[in-house]
Write a protein that binds this ligand. Structure first.
Ligand SMILES: NC(=O)c1ccc[n+]([C@@H]2O[C@H](COP(=O)([O-])OP(=O)(O)OC[C@H]3O[C@@H](n4cnc5c(N)ncnc54)[C@H](O)[C@@H]3O)[C@@H](O)[C@H]2O)c1
Length: 316
């Protein structure tokens, strides 16, 4: 395959760092941008030309020179943080995205791919959230740049990604990270005979379903986008095509970790309604892509990585 120069924003985050590894393994040159607000420098591979920079700054423009494709993944995406600070959310996710498109336009980058989110199609409640609003706005800005400047911009509407390096440090960690941390701590407590930390399960968890997709499966599609002309200016939904309940996630993690938890059942918290999401990934499927990692295999890899984090003392 022809070697390309690829720029990744949000390269120190969950998806960006995994994508950079994949691009380097394929022999591509990777330029990475991150302001390290949420990301971690130590998970950026050595081969990445890393720039600690903010996507809202004009200083990023020169970095786009000679780039063959941009993956724009940087965002403020911890939902409680977005709800707490709508202005910062719009500044980073909307102005920041416009600035990335502008940088790509000035440097005549042939293809720009940006991160959308299934939050924009999760029903009225979610749509009122500032994160979803910012992602909807990004779609409109993309339309504008296509129409006015002829930029090739591909929208990637991700459903719920999981896997190694998922950001477990945020105030409200994604469900899988949260459960794995509880069980890791519980295991440790048992070792010390302090009694296991007890996980919380909520009413309705068996109907609360998400389309969870493993990070490497999404990277398969990212790689395809580098060479396939058919993706031009399109929007793709990327999910596993399977809606999995939080209860099933819980049971699978329990099985894989071999723990015997004693969960505390609680009523559903307000602001966390029962929702079911399911990706129609047929557009991506037409290009020959399909998700291939089972929930068990994906969770096994995530548990293994989180065990290492725990051993290193990173999970407290
Ligand atoms: N992970 C998911 O399940 C999921 C689902 C749908 C959409 N997305 C979108 O995919 C993208 C990547 O998500 P992720 O899970 O890897 O998130 P992440 O938080 O792990 O990574 C985002 C990175 O962007 C960086 N960043 C934030 N603001 C910045 C700024 N102003 N300038 C430069 N860098 C900045 C952060 O430091 C972080 O490293 C985001 O746009 C997110 O909204 C993710």
């Amino acid at each position: 395959m022809e070697k390309k120069k690829i720029l990744v924003t949000g390269v120190a985050g969950f998806m960006g760092s995994n994508l950079a590894d994949r691009l380097l393994a394929a022999g591509h040159r990777v330029v990475g941008i991150d302001n390290l607000e949420y990301g971690r420098k130590e998970q950026v591979a050595e081969g990445v030309e890393f720039h600690k920079a903010d996507i809202r700054s004009k200083e990023i423009y020169p970095l786009f020179e000679g780039v063959d494709a941009v993956f724009h993944l940087a965002a403020k995406n911890c939902l409680p943080d977005c709800q707490a600070d709508p202005v910062a959310t719009m500044d980073i996710n909307v102005t920041g995205t416009a600035n990335v498109f502008e940088a790509a336009r000035r440097a005549k980058v042939p293809r720009t791919l940006y991160a959308e989110s299934s939050a924009v199609e999760e029903g009225d409640d979610r749509l009122k959230g500032f994160y979803a609003i910012s992602k909807l706005a990004d779609g409109k800005i993309a339309e504008g740049y296509r129409a006015e400047f002829g930029l090739d911009i591909v929208g990637l509407r991700y459903f719920n990604l999981y896997g190694p390096r998922q950001d477990y440090r945020r105030k409200s960690p994604p469900v899988m990270s949260k459960l794995i941390i509880t069980f890791l701590k519980g295991e440790q407590s048992l070792d010390r005979e302090l009694g296991a930390e007890r996980p919380v399960v909520f009413e309705g968890d068996e109907d609360n379903k998400r389309d969870f997709i493993y990070v490497d499966d999404v990277n398969d599609f990212h790689m395809l986008c580098l060479t396939d002309g058919r993706v031009k200016n399109k929007l793709f939904r990327l999910g596993s095509g399977r809606s999995t309940s939080v209860k099933e996630v819980y049971d699978t993690i329990v099985k894989l970790m071999g723990v015997q938890p004693n969960p505390i059942a609680k009523p559903r918290p307000p602001g966390d309604p029962v929702v079911a999401t399911l990706a129609d990934w047929s557009e991506a499927g037409k290009l020959g892509w399909k998700p291939k990692t089972s929930l068990e295999d994906g969770l096994r890899a995530q548990i293994e990585w989180m065990r290492e984090e725990f051993k290193k003392g990173n999970i407290r």
